[in-house]
Design a protein around this ligand. Structure first.
Ligand code: G3P
Length: 215
């Protein structure tokens, strides 16, 4: 099933009471999407107790447990029952070599990664090096009102081709606010949507989520 990932980032209005924010949204039962929430590491344990597999990481580090101040080892997420994370979000970029190694490690540990990319070049590089879920997010559109599917249809379609050739799937995100944005993305071949402000900043997040994910 297609995925609809709500990245709550570290928005204060969500984090002052994340359980009250997320609970009503998870009552939405979309026929088209599995809905997941990407949450910060400092909340992930308690949120995963409440919401199980609907919770994923926003970032994961390559290092294992040990003397690595401030890091988020994949092993620690797995021990809490977390099964996947975003990686290389444009607000949390990491080095290419580290991404390659993290992708390899995730395969070994059976951990899912959504590797974020800003360009076709990056889509090519990461999908041909083992990443099986790629998210294309043009940074200049993040947080705005012009969606990736309106502004970059050609890149999405080309990105989908590259991913398919390499055995990967493409998710897209940035500026998604309307049902039309979602539909266009799917028509262009995307298999998942990443969204933040369209839900986290909506006056009524449940109505916004329903209008984006229910037919
Ligand atoms: O990870 C999703 C995010 O970067 C998109 O943000 O606010 O444009 O939906 P937004």
């Amino acid at each position: 099933m297609r995925q609809f990932i709500v990245n709550v980032k570290v928005y204060e209005n969500v984090l002052k009471d994340p359980i009250s924010f997320i609970s009503p949204l998870l009552k939405t039962r979309s026929d088209h999407f599995q809905i997941a929430f990407a949450v910060p590491a400092f909340n992930i344990q308690s949120l995963s107790k409440s919401f199980g597999e609907n919770v994923m990481g926003q970032h994961v580090d390559l290092n294992p447990y040990g003397p690595f101040t401030g890091s988020v080892p994949m092993e620690s997420l797995i021990s809490m029952g977390i099964k996947s994370s975003l990686l290389n979000h444009s607000e949390r970029r990491i080095e290419r070599e580290v991404i390659f190694e993290t992708v390899k490690k995730a395969k070994k540990l059976d951990f899912g990664l959504v590797v974020c990319c800003e360009s076709l070049r990056e889509i090519e590089v990461f999908s041909s090096n083992g990443a099986n879920v790629i998210a294309y997010e043009p940074p200049e559109l993040i947080g705005g009102d012009i969606s990736v599917s309106t502004s970059k249809p050609d890149i999405i379609m080309e990105g989908v081709k590259i991913c398919r050739r390499n055995g990967a799937t493409l998710f897209v995100g940035a500026g998604v606010k309307t049902r039309e944005d979602v539909e266009k993305s799917l028509e262009q071949g995307a298999e998942g949507i990443l969204i933040s402000s369209g839900i986290t900043k909506a006056k009524d997040p449940l109505t916004a989520l329903n209008s984006l994910t229910l037919s």
